[in-house]
Ligand binder design. Sequence first.
Ligand SMILES: *[C@@H]1O[C@H](CO)[C@@H](O)[C@H](O)[C@H]1NC(C)=O
Ligand SMILES: *[C@@H]1O[C@H](CO)[C@@H](O)[C@H](O)[C@H]1NC(C)=O
Length: 404
Amino acid sequence: MTVDLNIEYYKNSSTFGQSHRSQPVPKMFPRVITICLLGALTEQVFGASDKVICYYASWAVTRPGNGKFVPEDINPNLCTHINYAFAGLNSNGTLQILDEENDVNQGGFKRVSALKEANPNLKVLLSVGGATASTDAFTSIGSDPEKQQVLAQNAIDFFETYNFDGLDVDWEYPYGKETFNALLSGLKSAFEPGGYLLTVAVNSIPGEVGGYDIPTMSSVLDIINVMTYDFHAQYTGQTFENSPLYGGVNESDWQHENRNCDAAIRYWIDGGADPQKVTIGIAFYGHGYTLQDASKHGLGDTAVAPNDPGPYTDNLGSLGYNEICELHTDGTVVFLDDMKVPYLYDDTFWIGYDNEASAAAKVQYAKEKNLAGVFIWSIETDDMHGFCGEENGLLKAINNEMKK
Ligand SMILES: *[C@@H]1O[C@H](CO)[C@@H](O)[C@H](O)[C@H]1NC(C)=O
Ligand SMILES: *[C@@H]1O[C@H](CO)[C@@H](O)[C@H](O)[C@H]1NC(C)=O
């Protein structure tokens, strides 16, 4: 199976897929290595792969029925960080609150940061941008030091007002390494005195959209969340996996090097990122299709359409894990040993997604590569009502694997 995938879906991500879109080691980490230095016994502690960074799509409060998810539905002990998605940016450098009613009047920001009372180690960040956000404001701020100052001060005021711990920059996608570096460096120097965190979410196929200055980013940032999903987002008439950990045995060399989590993570590490700043993304959703023939339900078989929008996430061509579990209890699950991800088919419905086993495999991978940990897009589509098994099965599987 040779597939020539184009990159149009990056530009079209507002019309397909739900990732980052707004509205509508061996198992003994932490490794402790003891070295003798000048006669003194010095313990050097290497970082652990222990971060579980949970993006929270705050607009899930308005979803109907079982899809509704409010800040208090977040288990503060299953995440180390919560990234509140999303705020926007004004071109003058100020933060733009996108949903005043939910974020402020209904207390969305404060109710999420209040989760720190139950887990004092929890960090709560504001995520700015997302797949549907305009990139113009980012570009304008990145090329103007005065606007960077405005943004930095505005962000710090925000952190103080709402008890947040930092900013996650989700610019999809930066054009020009210099502009991005300038934006990040400006923010970092303003945040440093207060100890505020600065993180980013980045494209998992950097070479295709201009690239990043990886060494500079790694030195400036606290965390780089590599969005290792949507590898096959655009509908091309065939079934695909959303987030294969490795290339498939029948895939081309190009696909092996470009269209799986391992390739993306290697790109960042080989490019100079400190593994302890990199997280691998785990998608709590899949990309689905309508099969041409219910009896031809393998990977790469013919699909005639993207799947219909789900009742909660309401996106053509994808379903949240919660929707997969609730709507397709009779589906057949096939786990691909090469790619380490499952697909499910149910009559003419087919979806490539992540389940507990594949989420655990990604945690194992993070440990093997000594990464900072994992991040999740996004926690409100976990199986919170337990249709597939345990309630919040994916987040629990991730935490259980991390503790092993
Ligand atoms: C920045 O732009 C926003 C949106 O146009 C506006 O509401 C705000 O007052 C401006 N702030 C400053 C400091 O100019
Ligand atoms: C690879 O392709 C062959 C020939 O089409 C097929 O029989 C086999 O099942 C495929 N393997 C996987 C893992 O998809």
